[in-house]
Write a protein of this length. Structure first.
Length: 393
């Protein structure tokens, strides 16, 4: 059967793989050999599920958005990852990876962060598990996501501001990889999305797959069938989208529509829509679609949303895009802001700016009235209040 899942070499079609420097080879190889036996072990599953339930607050609600459904002419359900502890889906993955790190005997945790949600999730699980934690964050993001920086510090993490490039997520990731190269034996790198060398994209997708596992159960209860007509999500590196589609990825009855960050528009220099305008290249350990010039130099990305401001997208979604399995539309800053205010005023939910890129897909769609649509609200908007208040609709 045709599958969109990973092959034994870590590839999704022509994307993925593990392109790491010699010094990390053994570390990545160890992880590749150990991640599945560990995360599939009954002991891990029990501990992980317990924490998801009692610490994160799962299952997250599947909310029927009545007013928005009427407006868009479909049955719209919102998968409420914004209700999780720490405010986004990132915690699902961070809990899984720290349990894995402990089982592998690692003593120190590093992470990269853009908007700070992954940094906060990692700092949180490090406090929980009593592990030292250093978070790399671009200096631009340190400034625009100040509340999350303060949360990380209060949680006991060391936040390391990165000054290279345009001081955003790509640059923070470079710095985290540099640290990892210096301490490969004792340090576990908790990557926050479905990016990086194999096995990270597959591992993160599995740890986020609880989202679609719950959607199946919740739809069966509410609609008497366990699949929707449409799944929708925003896409930065791709983890909330990967979790949303995981159990439906090979089920072609389910259409997948994703929103990536258009910035000021894909015909301008100010964009982060790497699936729509990128070309294949190797970035941060895997072959993906990257925004680059003819010489292979990275074009600095731009998005109003720090969580989507990255010049590539993970290999899973590169393959879904290239094969046509998923439709990926660029969503511009303005459209995302409109969508954020619309959800807030119509349903009383203030979404993260990233999630607003999924909501902004709705006006671009033509649904049938009977269509069941599940859209993942990846996080809450508290961290984005300053941006929203500057752009009131
Ligand atoms: C990090 C983040 C994203 C983007 O990351 P993905 O890996 O693509 O999910 C989206 N929404 C929120 C709220 C985030 O914090």
């Amino acid at each position: 059967m045709k599958t969109y899942n990973v092959d034994e070499n870590g590839f999704y079609g022509e994307f993925g793989g593990a392109y790491v420097p010699e010094i990390l080879y053994k570390t990545v190889e160890d992880l590749k050999n150990q991640y599945l036996p560990i995360i599939e072990s009954p002991e891990f599953v029990a501990e992980y599920n317990q924490l998801l339930k009692d610490y994160v607050g799962r299952p997250s609600a599947l909310y029927y958005a009545k007013r928005m459904s009427e407006k868009y002419g479909c049955k719209l359900y919102l998968k409420r990852e914004d209700l999780n502890h720490t405010g986004a889906h990132k915690i699902n993955n961070a809990i899984g990876q720290i349990l894995l790190a402990k089982k592998m005997g690692k003593k120190r945790i590093i992470a990269e962060t853009g908007a700070g949600q992954h940094g906060v999730a990692t700092a949180t699980v490090c406090a929980l598990m009593n592990m030292p934690c250093r978070v790399y964050m671009g200096d631009t993001d340190v400034a625009r996501q100040r509340p999350n920086v303060e949360r990380m510090k209060m949680l006991g993490a060391e936040v390391f501001p990165v000054q290279s490039g345009n001081k955003t997520l790509k640059d923070a990731t470079n710095e985290a990889i540099r640290d990892w190269c210096c301490h490969p034996a004792d340090t576990f790198y908790i990557i926050g999305s479905t990016v990086g060398p194999h096995p990270y994209p597959d591992m993160v997708a599995r740890l986020q797959s609880v989202i679609s596992k719950e959607i199946k159960e919740q739809l069966l209860e509410k609609e008497d069938r366990d699949y929707p007509d449409y799944l929708m999500a925003c896409i930065g590196g791709g983890s909330n989208a990967a979790g949303t589609i995981y159990h439906y990825i090979d089920d072609e009855r389910v259409k997948i529509v994703l929103g990536e960050a258009g910035g000021y528009g894909i015909d301008t220099q100010e964009t982060a829509a790497s699936l729509n305008i990128g070309t294949p290249g190797i970035l941060h350990g895997s072959r993906i679609k990257v925004m680059q010039d003819e010489d292979g130099q990275i074009i600095e990305p731009y998005s109003i949303s720090a969580g989507l401001d990255y010049p590539g997208t993970g290999p899973i979604h590169c393959n879904l895009y290239e094969t046509g399995r998923a439709q990926v539309l660029p969503i511009n800053d303005d459209e995302a802001l409109d969508a954020a205010f619309e959800l807030t005023r119509m349903e009383g939910i203030i979404p993260a700016l990233e999630s607003s890129h999924a909501l902004a897909l709705l006006p671009k769609m033509k649904f049938n009235p009977t269509d069941i649509v599940v859209l993942t609200v990846s996080g809450r908007g508290d961290k984005d209040m300053e941006t929203y208040l500057k752009n009131v609709r």
